[in-house]
Design a binder for this molecule. Structure first.
Ligand code: IMP
Ligand code: MG
Length: 181
């Protein structure tokens, strides 16, 4: 069975739902009377972004980017490539950049810097999970769902070599599952 590859569940579907609702409420308060655009990093943040979008009680636009830094491994390659850029005009907008997880900080650090070149009113970042101990560049995420230990996690959009995104919970992958890939 697919879920046999999971060592332990970190956050259940219900816990994720509750936390996303809290974040949506906080963002609704913080962005009232602003001009909010969510920029979602595909593919991993799509699941989180769609739920967060519906938890925000404000008019809000959405855009997508595809970036990559990981290849098929479990560690960052250190450089971020933009494979699909934003298509909205971000001038004067309040951009909230969304990723599934912040680890080394390389991805959100690099992409938030790039987005500032579009002359937005502001750029902030949100990640559902944060491996705070792994940061190599001092990057600080503005909104975080869960601070997690240094373990490779999958589910709710998070993948290992493109698999496991469809798990409704977030769990730690057994090391045997990635040794076999
Ligand atoms: P960073 O650039 O090192 O901060 O890594 C951010 C990106 O790495 C995320 O967008 C994820 O795609 C990926 N990533 C980091 N840790 C994990 C993990 O535990 N599981 C799945 N993907 C991860
Ligand atoms: Mg990613």
């Amino acid at each position: 069975m697919y879920t046999d590859k999971i060592k332990k569940i970190l956050f259940t579907e219900e816990e994720i739902k509750k936390r996303v609702a809290e974040l949506g409420k906080q963002i609704t308060e913080d962005y009232r009377d602003r001009d909010l655009v969510l920029v979602c990093l595909l593919k991993g943040a799509a699941w989180f972004c769609m739920d967060l979008n519906r938890a925000i009680d404000l008019p809000c636009q959405i855009d997508f980017m595809v970036v990559s830094s990981y290849g098929n491994g479990t560690e960052t390659s250190g450089s971020v490539k933009v494979r699909l850029d934003v298509s909205c005009d971000l001038r004067g907008k309040d951009v909230l950049l969304i990723d599934d997880i912040v680890d080394s900080g390389v991805t959100l650090g690099a992409i938030s810097t790039m987005l500032k070149e579009h002359s937005p009113a502001s750029v902030k970042t949100i990640a559902l999970c944060d491996k705070a101990d792994r940061r190599i560049n001092g990057f600080k995420c503005d909104y975080v769902g869960f601070v997690i230990p240094d373990e490779f996690i999958v589910g709710y959009g998070l993948d290992f070599a493109q698999d496991y995104r469809n798990l409704p919970f977030i769990g730690v992958l057994k090391s045997s599952a990635y040794e076999r890939k």
